[in-house]
Write a protein that binds this ligand. Sequence first.
Ligand code: PLP
Length: 386
Amino acid sequence: MSETRTAAPQFHGSDLEKVAEYYGIRKEDIIGFAANVNPLGLSEHLKEELAKNLDCLSSYPDRDYCGLRQAIGSYTGADWHNIMVGNGSTELISLTIQFFRPKDAVVLGPSYSEYERELSLSGSEIRFYNLKESDDFRISTEDLKEFLTDDPQAAGAGGQGYRRLLVLCNPNNPTSSAVSAAQMEELLVFCRSQRIFVMSDETYAEFAPDTENITAIPLTEKFDNLIVLRGVSKFFAAPGLRLGYAVTGNEELKAEFTSKKNPWTVNSLAETAGKIMFADTDYINETRRLISTERERICAGLDGIANLKYYPPYANFILVHITDGEKNAQDLFEAAIRRGMMVRNCSSFHNLDGNYFRFCFMRTEDNDRLLDCIRSVFGEKDLSPR
Ligand SMILES: Cc1ncc(COP(=O)(O)O)c(C=O)c1O
């Protein structure tokens, strides 16, 4: 037996180089089911247009990014004066947290780990609002409001006198569960009365079957205790471009971003690319079609596999729970990587363990290969009548 090797390290979705080295496979041969990136890759139209515009690199971008912000305004329906751009949504997450430096922050458990890292750097105390498996990891608005109400004296003032920062991810990574705009409005009314500022990360909102029922962007006109963040890394398959944007109606926050943010953190190529991407309706529609079709097919495929439970996915990825049997998420990770497919073992997420895995929807033939692999590890469901 070759069991002398120590336990495999936990890999993140973007750790392709490390995984390739550890398993002795070429990086190019790995299909990234853990990265949550649109499987269509960069749009051909974008590539052609960018190639024609490479000379933009010889000039500084517009310091105020007016054209880019207007393009994002047309794409999202937001007033472009309320839009700010940054070096990926990561820079905007960081700037928002640095602005509030909240003594007390509430983060979903599980959720994207970067919030925790940035909040720790700002010295915030983090409280996890644990999503319940029995509710399919969906937020219960009443329950969250109660959670936010307790211990009203605990928190000190952050920026602008807000008592707390509530960080939401919608749809949430890794659960793929979503908060509707109606639920969000209810939460915002409550949060405003409690002086809680809400940062909602919508990195995956455009993949949802009904983005318009989920996005909180229109609510930024009504509530100044809200900032919505998005980026092009996942939906437009451009993580290397580092282009993110934020929408808020909060004048002080906008002024702070303008005065504190380093100039030109979005480079000229990203500025040019953004103006092309947000108007690329063929690519946008094709992506939405592919993800919707694959979401349904994958759910149907998982329905036939034993010992698994999944949670209704709103984003372009799905969280799966291994409910029974001898195999865990690491067993699946190993089986898949040996066939050149990388899924995410979710054991490092708060409130999850080694019996959860996540994977994103890739091209049809790749998804079929992954479903075959999952089936080979967990077995077929016995559907015969008893
Ligand atoms: C929820 C969420 N927000 C933000 C990011 C980072 O996005 P960006 O590349 O725009 O900085 C990720 C990356 O995985 C993510 O999952």
